[in-house]
Design a protein around this ligand. Structure first.
Ligand code: OFO
Length: 163
């Protein structure tokens, strides 16, 4: 049994993960429109991961005998004027998700819900990796120094992301 309060937070976290995917697909739309198909591909892959995160929480809740409910996804509400901005927004978004996961983890520990706390360890690790990846994208973009040829090569590299 997991605590009711925790089940509610995990349901909300499903929505946040789905929203992350929705947001990243909008980033991909922007990059497609900017002829940066490699960047677009990278964010399509990331959106797929977000969907998997949502389903991982859904399965956990169902296995614990809890009801799962989805709510409406918010408009991504993004409007970019240059290709670096989505990368910065992605890092900020991952930091927001990390705080959200950490809050649920701390609440689970407060309520002695060790099953959920243990389940969330995977997400804590994953968030560390996602923040690192988001920072690396910014670093690589900055290394390109605005040069079209360097951006072209970075786009090619990002287009090779497999998972
Ligand atoms: Fe689900 O890890 Fe990103 O947001």
């Amino acid at each position: 049994m997991i605590k009711r309060e925790i089940a509610k937070l995990l349901n909300e976290q499903i929505n946040k993960e789905l929203h992350s995917g929705y947001l990243y697909m909008e980033f991909a739309n922007y990059y497609e429109d900017s002829n940066l198909q490699g960047f677009a591909h990278w964010f399509v892959k990331q959106a797929g991961e977000e969907y998997e995160h949502a389903m991982r929480i859904r399965t956990f809740l169902l296995d614990a005998g809890e009801k799962v409910t989805f709510t409406q996804l918010a408009d991504p509400g993004v409007n970019f004027s240059d290709p670096k901005t989505p990368l910065i927004e992605a890092l900020k978004h991952e930091q927001f998700i990390t705080r959200s996961i950490n809050d649920i983890y701390e609440k689970a520990l407060d309520l002695k819900d060790h099953l959920t706390a243990n389940f969330l360890q995977w997400f804590i690790q994953e968030q560390g990796e996602e923040e690192t990846n988001a920072q690396h994208l910014i670093d690589k973009f900055e290394l390109s120094g605005g040069s079209a040829s360097a951006l072209y090569l970075l786009d090619k590299e990002l287009g090779r992301r497999e998972d």
